[in-house]
Design a protein around this ligand. Structure first.
Ligand SMILES: [Zn+2]
Ligand SMILES: [Zn+2]
Length: 148
């Protein structure tokens, strides 16, 4: 949390209670949440905020790269935007369970991925600006349920 606080300060951003609380939810849980879920989690901690404030804060945190948007197709059957903590020291990808929607974070050989990126750019004339890979499948827990 310290590094987030100092990042806020260094960049001259105000540290409001709501801003701090939202960031600590993302940082401590390493989870993926929508605006509604954040609202629910804040309420649980008896922190009052309205939806407009939450959306404004999430936009702010996204634009300033404290959070990243996660594009997970069918996750949580959600049509709303999903966010997670932008960990610059842990560039990672996602394993998504299609039964329970649980998400696991995994590292991929980035050197290999970069080579693939270059190759893809070369054959498609497409300029790639982001590389996030999603694998879908069945998590261990759900595999065990299926086997029982
Ligand atoms: Zn599962
Ligand atoms: Zn992630």
């Amino acid at each position: 949390m310290e590094n987030i606080l100092s990042k806020f300060k260094m960049q001259g951003y105000r540290i409001t209670t709501i801003r701090l609380n939202i960031m600590s939810i993302f940082y401590l849980n390493k989870g993926i949440y929508s605006a509604d879920e954040i609202l629910g989690l804040l309420k649980k901690e008896s922190i009052n905020a309205n939806k407009t404030t939450i959306y404004r804060e999430l936009d702010f945190l996204l634009n300033n790269k404290f959070l990243v948007e996660v594009n997970i197709g069918r996750l949580k059957n959600s049509k709303s935007k999903l966010y997670e903590y932008n960990d610059e020291y842990f560039h990672h990808h996602h394993l998504i369970c299609s039964k329970c929607s649980k998400v696991q974070h995994i590292k991929i050989n980035e050197e290999y991925l970069d080579k693939e990126k270059n190759r893809i750019e070369h054959i498609s004339d497409f300029k790639i600006t982001n590389k996030f890979i999603e694998f879908s499948g069945v998590c261990l827990e759900c595999q065990n349920k299926l086997n029982n």
